[in-house]
Design a protein around this ligand. Structure first.
Ligand SMILES: C[S@@+](CC[C@H](N)C(=O)[O-])C[C@H]1O[C@@H](n2cnc3c(N)ncnc32)[C@H](O)[C@@H]1O
Length: 170
């Protein structure tokens, strides 16, 4: 009786480990979805306007990418977890936003961010120093970054609303 339960528990634990931890390991935060309220707040604070290009770094199930696209931006998501990539693509199709929202199975560390006007970030404290160096190097002056929970160590924020820190590249 105990053996089958242990087998099922190990399979479940293995699945959770692979799903949540393996793909982002050392590269960024594990998967935790933004709440609907936080998704709307991120997009509102990004002040994205139609015609701009926006990217969500670590796009999860695509909810922030879809919301950015619904604001009129050409929205991109970079995601390392292939299961989440598939889920996000399905969610984009369901939302009818295929013409405006695009998901890339790719680490954002390997993405060229220079073409984006706006970045949204919900990552971990341990990547923020490296990410600050990347956005300072790649983003054009005036581009915006909105980050939930964690800020850059040296860049002066433009504003702080609830848990979201807003930056404009100097
Ligand atoms: C905290 S979740 C945020 C998900 C989504 N942005 C949201 O707000 O609902 C972080 C996501 O980043 C992904 N991730 C972590 N490191 C990454 C990397 N280097 N490149 C792309 N995706 C990454 C994880 O797989 C996870 O889906």
């Amino acid at each position: 009786m105990i053996a089958p339960i242990l087998t099922i528990a190990s399979i479940l634990a293995g699945f959770i480990l692979v799903f949540y931890v393996f793909f982002p390991l050392g590269r960024g935060a594990v998967y935790v979805a933004s709440t609907p309220e936080k998704t709307l707040l991120l997009v509102k604070l990004s002040r994205v306007v139609p015609g701009e290009r926006a990217a969500d770094l670590g796009s999860g199930d695509g909810r922030v990418v879809i919301a950015l696209a619904q604001s009129g931006a050409e929205a991109h998501g970079f995601e390392v977890n292939p299961v989440l990539v598939l889920i996000a693509k399905r969610n984009i199709r369901r939302a009818g936003m295929q013409h405006m929202a695009f998901i890339h199975w790719k680490s954002f560390w390997r993405a060229d961010l220079s073409r984006f006007d706006v970045l949204t970030v919900f990552q971990g404290s341990f990547i923020m120093k490296r990410l600050e160096a990347k956005v300072r190097k790649e983003l054009a002056p005036g581009a915006r970054v909105v980050s939930d929970y964690w800020g850059f160590p040296t860049m002066e924020p433009e504003g702080l609303h609830d848990t979201v820190v807003c930056y404009r590249i100097p």
